[in-house]
Design a protein around this ligand. Structure first.
Ligand SMILES: [Zn+2]
Length: 275
């Protein structure tokens, strides 16, 4: 997608409202890019642009993409992706325009097949990392009485993009899948992994493909899902024949029960999207 298309189709007011900002009836608001006591920023909805008139501010003027870049502290490339998100996939293509085909996007969205493939590759790496018995992971699992040899779990040691087998194409796919994150300057040498320091659990679709992941941090009381819609279930979709199902709040609880044959012979398990 071209920037000119974003300029035409993404109202600047929509960008502002995404950040809970709203200009007054004169199109002015307090500038979010400096410590602004009076509304110094003028918004021009017709052109999708804005200008901060304060001499204390380095923001100057810009368009929708510039606003997102500054607000999020991200690269132009990522801001364009974010702008596309804000436009929504089913957004109004505008008068006389057909909806752009996915090939036209700068970074095509992953197809479900690509997504599953790259998540599976990443998970294989995470699962292998457990064989090195990383100390904090082992300690955490022992404290929760989880046996990684009996469970489908892995550990993100933060090395996904650093191992020499990782190709540039894979790196790009990891970024697109949200497994790898750029720092706010988008510099490749400072990419970091989404689940660094986490025990990682695969979330599966009905056909047992990995469609997302859940990570529980081993040292901090933190947990993460892959960004975007919640997809996939842990430990997976219950069999059709299931007559008795145990719902657990947390993924960890489902994993605990999954280790117990006396439970799994009579019950299916399903974790809700809890902690
Ligand atoms: Zn300003």
């Amino acid at each position: 997608m071209e920037i000119s298309e974003i300029k035409q189709r993404l109202p600047i007011l929509k960008v502002l409202s995404h950040y809970h900002l709203k200009p007054d009836r004169n199109g002015r608001l307090c500038c979010p890019f400096h410590n602004d006591k009076t509304p110094s920023m003028q918004v021009y909805p017709e052109t999708g642009t804005w200008t901060c008139f304060s001499s204390n501010c380095s923001a100057g003027s810009g368009d929708q993409v510039d606003f997102i870049m500054r607000k999020e502290g991200i690269t132009k490339h990522l801001a364009i992706l974010k702008a596309q998100d804000l436009m929504g996939e089913t957004g109004d293509p505008g008068p006389g325009k057909s909806k752009p085909s996915p090939e036209k996007k700068l970074v095509p969205e992953l197809t479900p097949g690509e997504r599953t493939q790259i998540l599976t590759e990443a998970f294989t790496h995470f699962a292998r990392s457990m064989n090195k018995r990383p100390e904090n992971a082992i300690k955490y699992l022992e404290s929760r009485r989880l046996d990684y040899k009996r469970l489908s779990i892995g550990f993100d040691a933060g090395t996904l993009h650093k191992i020499k087998e990782t190709t540039p194409e894979q790196k790009q796919l990891y970024l697109q899948a949200g497994l790898l994150k750029p720092d706010k300057f988008g510099r490749e040498e400072s990419y970091y992994t989404r689940f660094k320091g986490c025990i990682v659990f695969p979330l599966l679709d009905r056909s047992k493909n990995i469609v997302s992941m859940y990570g529980r941090h081993t040292e901090k009381p933190e947990h993460h899902y892959l960004e975007g819609d919640h997809r996939g279930l842990y430990p997976g979709y219950p069999d059709r024949e299931t007559t008795r199902l145990i719902l657990t709040e947390a993924v960890i609880d489902a994993a605990t029960l999954q280790q117990l044959p006396e439970i799994t012979k009579d019950f299916s398990l399903l974790a809700l999207y809890g902690t």
